[in-house]
Design a protein around this ligand. Structure first.
Ligand SMILES: NC(=O)c1ccc[n+]([C@@H]2O[C@H](COP(=O)([O-])OP(=O)(O)OC[C@H]3O[C@@H](n4cnc5c(N)ncnc54)[C@H](OP(=O)(O)O)[C@@H]3O)[C@@H](O)[C@H]2O)c1
Length: 363
């Protein structure tokens, strides 16, 4: 997978993990790009640099694309830090998600044409660059009638939200779900997709000075209830659940005490799906929640889902999500658009607490 990423110029002669080499000669001068590259793992602000990149020549099955916009996600940061489950060969271009416009296609490419929009089919393409030459098989076409920021943030977070809502419990309209970090990109997608499916949501966020503003914003997306982590621990929650159905599904991307609270409020035989660990603390469940509530603890990783399914199934999901977008039921998360050259601002903001805005690099 990593060999398919356009490599920094000085690496072009080195074979990638699949043993492929970038073609060594071309009749045309090689196309150039600007890219955010890291040569070693470490603190993103220290190891990421904006560099010139020579693109490999267009092969028969390749697509040359102009990357339009690419978000900074927690997984991108963890990859740079060297703590993510999959790590690229170094040096690597950062970024796993984004949307590009096709500029040119190789003679064997059948699925897209110049002008079309594409997104990565999986992690690891290195999207933080102005242009790239990438194999057709690792890109998926997306309709270009959806907003740019929706397309740039479509392939990971809304997909994760959609799968977790559909694949773990058979939920019916009127059923409830509970989630922490409800203001995250995934959380905002969960709120909107759940509302579109008629599900009732309990959304947990961390307390902050401008809490009411955040609560109003999440309610504007369709959140039924928003509580702080502290409120979730109060005895008054017992009264709340006298008039509200206990959740059948809990979605956890925090861990630690926050996930213990989700489990405590989960209904009998409900499922908690862990998909992230922002607090870097283990998930702890009480013995009684297993014995008396028979809860189920599961995990989800979008990359694994994609590996286990066909590209056709991924494309079907993308088209279903585009339908939500067109119907006004799914919007992009709150975003800050940052020009590529100001990448340090975006990296810094993406690692700060309480920012509540997805940093999007605009190429
Ligand atoms: N398993 C998968 O396939 C998959 C797919 C997508 C995302 N994820 C994971 O899902 C999580 C959210 O991703 P995203 O792109 O939606 O994130 P995001 O938009 O960047 O938002 C980050 C969220 O994490 C919260 N947070 C940060 N540090 C925290 C801490 N120490 N304790 C509690 N909350 C904390 C933030 O809350 P504040 O506003 O309070 O700072 C914010 O709600 C990440 O862990 C990511 O790796 C997993």
């Amino acid at each position: 997978m990593w060999a398919l990423r356009a490599a920094p110029a000085r690496l072009r002669a080195r074979p990638g993990p699949s043993g492929r080499r970038a073609a060594s000669s071309s009749s045309r001068p090689a196309a150039a790009a600007r890219a955010l590259v890291y040569a070693q793992h470490g603190e993103p602000l220290k190891v990421v640099e904006l560099k010139n990149l020579e693109l490999k020549p267009l092969g028969r099955s390749d697509i040359r694309l102009k990357i339009l916009a690419a978000p900074v996600n927690p997984a991108d940061i963890n990859m740079i830090q060297g703590t993510y489950a999959i790590l690229p060969k170094l040096p690597a271009v950062g970024g796993n998600e984004g949307v590009g416009q096709v500029l040119e296609v190789g003679s064997a490419v059948t699925t897209v044409k110049p002008g079309d929009w594409v997104i990565p089919a999986d992690a690891g393409l290195g999207t933080w660059q102005t242009e790239a030459v990438i194999s057709e098989e690792v890109l998926v076409g997306v309709p270009s009638d959806i907003p740019l920021l929706c397309a740039a943030t479509l392939g990971v977070n809304p997909c994760t939200a959609y799968r977790m809502l559909l694949d773990f419990e058979k939920l019916q309209p009127g059923d409830s779900i509970i989630q922490n970090a409800a203001n995250s990109g995934v959380g905002q997608a969960v709120i909107q997709i759940a509302a579109a499916l008629g599900l009732r949501t309990i959304n947990v966020v961390r307390d902050r000075p401008d809490l009411q503003k955040l609560v109003d914003r999440l309610k504007g997306l369709g959140a039924e209830h928003v509580f702080t982590e502290e409120e979730m621990r109060k005895p008054e929650m017992k009264d709340f659940f006298k008039n509200f159905p206990r959740p059948r599904l809990a979605l956890n991307c925090v861990g630690g005490k926050s996930s213990t609270e989700l489990i405590r409020h989960l209904g009998h035989s409900g499922t908690m799906v862990t998909y992230g660990g922002m607090a870097k603390q283990p998930v702890t469940a009480s013995v009684s929640s297993f014995i008396f509530k028979d809860i189920k603890l599961r995990g989800f990783w979008m990359s694994q889902w994609k590996k286990d399914r066909s590209p056709v199934q991924f494309k079907e999901m993308i088209l279903s999500l585009c339908d939500f977008i067109r119907q006004g039921q799914l919007t992009a998360p709150v975003c800050s658009e940052v020009p590529l050259q100001d990448y340090q601002v975006a990296l810094e903001a993406s690692m700060k607490p309480f920012v509540s805005s997805k940093q999007i690099l605009i190429m």
